[in-house]
Design a binder for this molecule. Structure first.
Ligand SMILES: Cc1cc2nc3c(=O)[nH]c(=O)nc-3n(C[C@H](O)[C@H](O)[C@H](O)COP(=O)(O)OP(=O)(O)OC[C@H]3O[C@@H](n4cnc5c(N)ncnc54)[C@H](O)[C@@H]3O)c2cc1C
Ligand code: FES
Length: 346
């Protein structure tokens, strides 16, 4: 049976049909609730149930510990109502005019920049003029109905865009990336839903920015950087890009050029497992540790982080616990794969 949800503090209301998550019903009602993985594994959609009963759904205690459940917290991408509800959650105003949609695309260009990273440009239908916020991602809809997410690396445009750039890292044995690296051809037709997610630059703040990426986590940061340049955003920005080897930082020239053109932007590349072939003389170690060495106090910063789940989880925890970063100033997309999703459901 359907139940009514009232959001706090906005007072907005919507109906949740049986079998539908609170997040999905909110989105169907055009209410911009924060989300990323929709698999119960990133916590972006966390809200607090102020009144009413829910079924928490498939939520692993790693992502919603028992004590948080007892305090009323829920992951809204998994939770379903068992009564009418009042939920406290942070809504996003800026998403209002941007609608996600399923559309076809055609592979326009493929550029293998390292043995395991492919930069793919997808041409979108001419009549669609796709709008998105810098930092958001697309989901490929595969023939078997499964979906795979990739962050958009190119910049948005006010009137919409007709092509997008994606950075795809090969996961050997992976359903989609095996196809990208060993089957996909220029002119191939693909099906996508876009834009997705709520990782984008919060422009209602003037706090200095720390941007953090591991590997292809650079993609959404590249989009945000181009957008910041277009909009002449003058907030101080420091970008840390981590890879195992020098080759993982596959567009370092691009970032260095950006740094030379943009006052107030600093670039710190960090390599964790440099080999003699890297010829590396820069920073070494874990990328989030480099941030902590340079910014022992993050209490007045905003952080945007993207890439491997272990990097995002470590950064979120250590920045909050050891560098006083307020948790609401940490924004992230964690690049979870099917294995991570299966683990979240177990
Ligand atoms: C919001 C978001 C944005 C992302 N953006 C990017 C991006 O810009 N660039 C990028 O490179 N990646 C990105 N990713 C990751 C991307 O979506 C894919 O997960 C990744 O590319 C692997 O896809 P695949 O289909 O090749 O592998 P998958 O088929 O997902 O397999 C990945 C691994 O999981 C294992 N596995 C599969 N199914 C199961 C199961 N049921 N149980 C246990 N193990 C299993 C496989 O053997 C393999 O080792 C993003 C992810 C998210 C959530
Ligand atoms: S969107 Fe709900 S946990 Fe990731």
């Amino acid at each position: 049976m359907p139940f009514e949800v009232t959001l706090q503090p906005s007072g907005k209301q919507f109906t949740v049909q049986e079998g539908t998550s609170i997040l999905e019903a909110g989105h169907d009602a055009d209410i911009a609730l924060p989300y990323s993985c929709r698999a119960g594994a990133c916590r972006t959609c966390r809200g607090r149930i102020v009144e009413g009963q829910i079924d928490h759904g498939h939520v692993h205690p790693t992502y919603l510990p028992l004590e948080e459940r007892e305090q009323g917290y829920a992951l809204l991408c998994q939770a379903q109502p068992l009564s009418n509800l009042v939920i406290e959650v942070q809504e996003l105003d800026i998403m209002g005019s941007i609608r996600s949609r399923v559309c076809p695309g055609r592979v326009k260009e493929m550029r293998r920049v390292t043995p395991d990273v492919m930069i793919v440009r997808i041409k979108l239908p001419m009549n669609e003029d796709v709008m998105f916020l810098a930092g958001q991602f697309v989901e490929f809809v595969l023939a078997n109905g499964e979906r795979r997410a990739y962050s958009i690396a190119s910049a948005p445009s006010i009137g919409g865009v007709t092509s997008i750039e994606l950075h795809v890292r090969h996961t050997p044995g992976g359903l989609f990336t095996d196809y990208v690296f060993d089957g996909m051809k220029v002119h191939d037709l693909v099906r996508m839903e876009l834009p997705q997610g709520t990782f984008f630059l919060r422009e209602d703040s003037d706090k200095p920015l720390v941007l953090l990426a591991s590997g292809t986590g650079f993609a959404p940061i590249k989009s945000i950087l181009q957008y910041a340049q277009q909009k002449q955003i003058k907030r101080p920005m420091t970008f840390y890009w981590g890879g195992r080897t020098r080759a993982d930082l596959y567009e370092m020239d691009w970032v260095e050029r950006y740094a030379s053109e943009n006052e107030g932007f600093q670039f710190i590349p960090v390599v964790s497992d440099a080999t003699p072939a890297c010829g590396w003389s820069g920073r070494t170690g874990f990328v989030h540790r480099a941030v902590m060495e340079d910014f022992p106090d993050l209490s007045k910063h905003q952080v945007y982080a993207c890439g491997a789940p272990i990097v995002i989880e470590s950064a979120k925890r250590d920045f909050a616990e050891q560098c006083s970063l307020p948790l609401q100033e940490f924004f992230a997309d964690s690049f979870l794969d099917a294995g991570d999703r299966a683990q979240a459901r177990s």
